[in-house]
Design a protein around this ligand. Structure first.
Ligand SMILES: NC(=O)C1=CN([C@@H]2O[C@H](COP(=O)(O)OP(=O)(O)OC[C@H]3O[C@@H](n4cnc5c(N)ncnc54)[C@H](O)[C@@H]3O)[C@@H](O)[C@H]2O)C=CC1
Ligand SMILES: O=C(O)[C@@H]1CCC=N1
Length: 270
């Protein structure tokens, strides 16, 4: 699908906004002549998108766009004041509720999404929630947009987006944490750092492809446990040490942080 609508991205030079714009243009989904990007700090550090329009004026961006993406940090959102009445607004921001975005922009067609950092390499799984006024055509556009940087799927309730702050939004950081823990342990056993890094990254990036062939990872884990060897001992010990509890608490903490951030900004988001 090619997006015929004029698209504006507020925060278009940021990590996600710039990745999405660049991928959508490279894949031919958005014509750069119909793309407007705004940033507070100019185009410094951003991927160049020939043919796209840059502005520092979000009001101008809103006037020139049919679809407006909000890709500033939550704490930067109070400074973004636009009139988006009658337009589709797609938020990439954590924490900020759809009702607040509707009230501040005048738009009724609001989508909230939760990408992750791997948008920059075209590998984000991006869940999104659509408010009641969002049309089927809008939904196709949103899904097409997120498929430019990986994949996406609609969730039925807005609270799922807050939960997905951890599961999907933060999730891209979790393999790094596991790799770091493995490297530290291996080095403590006397293995050279460079070897430990190669070994851990190979497990996280290459060996994890074992999962790619299975819809459900549980049988992959169970097969290892049933083998009754060293892997079973490692897995059982990790589970007994609270691995699943730690993961659950981490996911909950991200969702709670999103709620706390939203509450903290309430006074500034009138
Ligand atoms: N980076 C990540 O892994 C994830 C980020 N998010 C959400 O995506 C949103 C964007 O995040 P990033 O791209 O990482 O942030 P970022 O800090 O890389 O980009 C934000 C951009 O907005 C620009 N900006 C700030 N105020 C502005 C204004 N008033 N008008 C125009 N531009 C303005 C900044 O110059 C910056 O380039 C955030 O709300 C974050 O919660 C969601 C999931 C994952
Ligand atoms: O860490 C963050 O705040 C962003 C939003 C959700 C995931 N990453």
């Amino acid at each position: 699908m090619t997006i015929a609508a004029r698209v504006g991205i507020i925060g278009g030079n940021g990590w996600l906004g710039n990745a999405l714009a660049s991928s959508a243009v490279t894949k031919g989904v958005i014509d750069p002549a119909r793309l407007v990007l705004s940033s507070r700090s100019g185009t410094r550090g951003a991927i160049d998108i020939p043919g796209a329009t840059w502005t520092r004026d979000n009001g101008e961006l809103a006037r020139q766009s049919d679809v407006i993406l909000l890709s500033v940090r939550p704490e930067q959102y109070p400074a973004v004041v636009i009139d988006a009445s009658g337009k589709l607004v797609v938020s990439l921001m954590a924490a900020i509720p759809a009702a607040i975005i509707a009230k501040r922009t005048g738009a009724e067609r609001i989508v909230r999404s939760m990408p992750n950092a791997a948008m920059s390499i075209g590998k984000s799984f991006t869940p999104w929630f659509a408010a009641a006024a969002v049309t089927p055509e809008d939904k196709r556009l949103v899904q097409t947009l997120f498929e430019c940087c990986g994949d996406g799927d609609e969730v039925p309730e807005e609270r799922h987006i807050d939960y997905c702050s951890g599961l999907c939004g933060s999730g891209a950081a979790f393999p790094g944490l596991l790799a770091q823990a493995m490297i530290e342990q291996a080095v403590a056993q006397g293995l050279p750092l460079s070897f430990a890094r190669r070994a851990a990254k190979s497990v996280l990036i290459d060996a994890s492809q074992l999962l790619a062939e299975h819809e459900d990872p549980a049988p992959v884990v169970q097969a290892m446990i049933d083998y009754r060897g060293t892997t079973a001992a490692a897995l059982q010990t990790m589970i007994d040490c609270g691995f699943k509890t730690a993961v659950g608490a981490g996911l909950d903490a991200a969702a709670k942080k999103a709620a706390a951030m939203a509450a903290g900004l309430t006074g500034q988001l009138r």
